[in-house]
Design a protein around this ligand. Structure first.
Ligand code: FES
Ligand SMILES: [Fe+2]
Length: 364
């Protein structure tokens, strides 16, 4: 796969791998598979977990003689250790070689591991330019009491995490692409370091097979936490019903991204409005069933976006209309995720022109 490089200013795409926390897999998926191999940021990596539930994300090639440690190559997890298929070196969840079959473990045999964090049962890893450590963490996860389990769905397409997250501030597309009514900004977009918040109200009719099932009056509060992780708190005011939708974009190889949508719904105790069949269900079943019903509608919205994302070109100097709102506020916020790479002597190297271009384009 080709990797997008820095191009002349008018057509330049953002560098393909902005710094940030990126989703890799749910804890459930890792515990079930024990060992997962993936391509992430143009590199082969493995994700595995030991018997105590410690999760390790590491390069997938063995520091001994370079064998692939992934499951397709014969890598496996045995007694809580990752075992290389070539000469049987064993690694702990910190990436250290702790045993070999025929000799003491060499101290220098150590996997390059990535920082990880867990957030509502989702495993994220930190991608730093030049391997730099994370200067910020994802905030505390929202309370889970009374909320359904996450419904998780992933789709892969050619795209970029900056472009997908930009839709959070692009109010015009909600009307034009998704057909929402009365889309109105409630407050200006707010940025604070790595966080951006976008609040707006909208209304929509949800139909299945041409039959109008629900008309919804909604308030959305989007939290963008870097370019890999956003979540939207959505409150439906007429039922009332609270939902959360995580939109997680993870670069694969410089061209493709995996976009994961994770959704959950809060228990509905006293609906003000009748929803077919809901009143007959025990409270504990309402949220999971509503989540199963609403998640495909969310996926439909994402598919509509994917049609555009897959084919669009990045415009560093977009010709905006008055209806576009705060696209450039968002672009300024994004520039922090492209720090200049350091040269070998520790000084900033030339080459990552994108932040400067992005900021200059504000002045046009
Ligand atoms: S290459 Fe992994 S143990 Fe030899
Ligand atoms: Fe959208």
């Amino acid at each position: 796969m080709s990797i997008r490089r820095t191009e002349p200013a008018d057509t330049a795409s953002p560098p393909p791998f902005p710094e940030g926390w990126y989703f890799l897999a749910s804890r459930r998926a890792v515990e079930k598979a024990k060992l997962i191999g993936k391509t992430w940021m143009g590199e082969s990596i493995i994700i595995w977990c030991d018997d105590d539930g410690r999760i390790c994300v590491a390069e997938s090639h063995c520091p001994h003689l370079g064998a692939d440690l992934g499951p397709e190559a014969g890598g496996r997890v045995c007694d809580g250790r990752l075992v290389c298929p070539f000469h049987g070196f064993e690694y702990d969840a910190g990436g250290q070689c702790v045993a070999t079959p025929f000799a003491p473990a060499p101290k220098a045999a150590r996997l390059r591991v990535f920082e990880t964090t867990e957030y509502v049962g989702l495993i994220f890893a930190w991608w730093g330019i030049d391997g730099r450590a994370s200067p910020w963490s994802l905030p505390a996860a929202p309370d889970q009491a009374g909320w359904s389990k996450l419904d998780i769905w992933t789709t892969r397409f050619p795209g970029h995490p900056q472009e997908t997250a930009e839709n959070a501030v692009d109010l015009a597309h909600f009307r034009y692409v998704h057909g929402y009514d009365s889309v109105a900004r409630v407050e200006p977009v707010v940025t604070d370091g790595y966080r951006l918040e976008s609040r707006f109200d909208f209304a929509t009719n949800r139909t299945v097979a041409g039959i109008k099932l629900l008309s919804l009056d909604l308030a959305a509060r989007t939290h963008v936490l870097g370019l890999g992780c956003s979540y939207v708190e959505v409150q439906e005011r007429s039922i009332p019903l609270d939902m959360r939708v995580w939109i997680l974009a993870t670069p694969v190889d410089g061209t493709l991204i995996d976009l994961t949508v994770a959704m959950q719904v809060q228990d509905v105790r006293n609906p003000k409005r009748r929803i077919a069949g809901l009143g007959f269900l025990p409270v504990r079943l309402r949220a999971p069933i509503l989540n199963k019903f609403l998640a495909p509608l969310q996926h439909r919205d994402v598919r509509q976006d994917v049609t555009v994302w897959t084919r669009k070109q990045f415009r560093p100097r977009p010709r905006l209309s008055r209806a576009d709102g705060e696209i450039m506020t968002y672009r300024t916020y994004c520039a922090q995720f492209y720090p200049e790479p350091r040269s070998v002597d520790g000084h900033h190297a030339a080459g990552n022109e994108f932040p400067r271009q992005a900021l200059e384009s504000q002045k046009q």
